[in-house]
Design a protein around this ligand. Structure first.
Ligand SMILES: [Zn+2]
Length: 86
């Protein structure tokens, strides 16, 4: 590995260490650059709930896409087995 690559990795790690999860919305933000969470400090309780609902919906859709790909992989694997046994 190049020295430059290692330095970039260290810089990235340093950058990630600056990030902490917000106590209110649990999203990570850079608490050195921002004294308030940029995700939720401008939101009232109702808007915050809407953010959670949106996050949950995005998570659910990602989960169902993952499941779909898993089923397709199973079908493809099964088809390969059937074809190779002919
Ligand atoms: Zn927040």
């Amino acid at each position: 590995m190049r020295i430059g690559g290692l330095g970039a990795k260290a810089a990235l790690l340093k950058e990630q260490m600056k990030k902490k999860p917000c106590k209110r919305c649990s999203l990570h933000y850079n608490h050195v650059s921002f004294d308030k969470c940029p995700h939720c400090h401008h939101l009232d309780e109702l808007r915050l709930q809407q953010l959670f609902v949106k996050k949950e919906a995005a998570f659910q859709s990602r989960k169902s896409i993952g499941m779909l790909f898993f089923i397709l992989a199973l079908i493809a694997g099964f088809l390969m087995l059937v074809i190779s046994s002919l």
